[in-house]
Write a protein that binds this ligand. Sequence first.
Ligand SMILES: Cc1ncc(C[n+]2csc(CCOP(=O)(O)OP(=O)(O)O)c2C)c(N)n1
Ligand code: SF4
Ligand SMILES: [Mg+2]
Length: 300
Amino acid sequence: MSAPFVEIPEKEFVLPGTRTCAGCGLTLAYRYILKALGPDTIVTLPACCLTILHGIYPKTPIAINAVNNTFASTAASAAGLVAGLKALGKDKDFTVMAMAGDGGTFDMGIQALSGAAERQTDFIYVCYDNEAYMNTGVQRSSATPLGALTTTTPFLPKQQPKKDFLTIMEAHSPSYMATCCSAYPRDIYAKFRKAKEKKGTRFIHLAVPCPPGWGFPTSQTVRVGRLAVETGMVVLFEIDEGEFKLTGKSLTMARSGRKKPVVEYLKLQNRFAKMTDEQVEALQREVDSRWEKYLERSEP
Ligand SMILES: Cc1ncc(C[n+]2csc(CCOP(=O)(O)OP(=O)(O)O)c2C)c(N)n1
Ligand code: SF4
Ligand SMILES: [Mg+2]
């Protein structure tokens, strides 16, 4: 799939009046996710910035049905919704989506997600990744990259690399798996349309820049997201019934052989202000080695 030009419906499901921060990458992406999935979608979500976007009961700017669950049970809650819809004979009428942050997925939700994916439960699981526990004040998660400052790594930046969660999920053989980034809304829309048509467990990783947590101006969300992809920090791909393909900007980069150095991405964000030269080099090596592996798997 190479950056398809698709018509995006005008109907909005994220209405004005949200409580998320200015420049929030999650809010930007959610608009396109819901346009792709449509009104007959039920989302189940744990505490996270998405809960803030959904608002405080009884008011919400989000025009689809939602269930709030606890951290460890997002995928279990989705499995319950799927079973309930089946019992009512309505499973073909609704799309069930579980959506959680990186803390709620890489760390706290992994057990229920692994179980549901192994059973091939019929739902879409989305991990939106802002690379820390943002909702509670930017604590480190296992998705936080090497060298990032957070409020729990305030003086010495994080010393461990980001957990390779994509490999963990691929090992579950989901019927469809994709990565996307809020800076590329058409790519998001196309991948969620595709995921909606599939059966079984579908897993989507969504990279979402976060101005207050990453330390960049609210006007730069799209620029930071694009640089994440252009430097190979985030790689856009899909695995459809086991077949791997680079997509969108990552496919263009693979064909042109052009990839920017990670420092261009790092220098825009205060969270990387204390990285040593050695850490920048280590991160560049990590990104290059992962990129080479993706190129080997990709079409020539
Ligand atoms: C079991 C449990 N532990 C901690 C919390 C407090 N809490 C609420 S939101 C949140 C952060 C979640 O981080 P993430 O999943 O990455 O989503 P983000 O806030 O970054 O959008 C935490 C720790 C909670 N609600 N429940
Ligand atoms: S903290 Fe980050 S992810 Fe959360 S609402 Fe603000 S910009 Fe969005
Ligand atoms: Mg997070």
